[in-house]
Design a protein. Structure first.
Length: 60
């Protein structure tokens, strides 16, 4: 998708997040107050540890 548009993957992800956070106004409709984000379900007592995860590597 990024290659077809001639932009970087980082730019595609950044634009997608911006659209979710600031959606365009809907004529005659109400603005949604909550974005649909992925939900990670963990077993009870488990914790998702992202302390060693480098998000910059994901975007580069």
């Amino acid at each position: 998708m990024a290659a077809a548009r001639g932009v970087s993957l980082k730019q595609v992800i950044t634009e997608a997040v911006e659209r979710e956070v600031n959606p365009p106004p809907v004529p005659g409709g109400k603005r949604r107050s909550i974005a649909d984000l992925p939900v990670i379900h963990l077993e009870p007592g488990r914790v998702l540890d992202l302390s060693n995860f480098n998000f910059d590597d994901l975007l580069s």
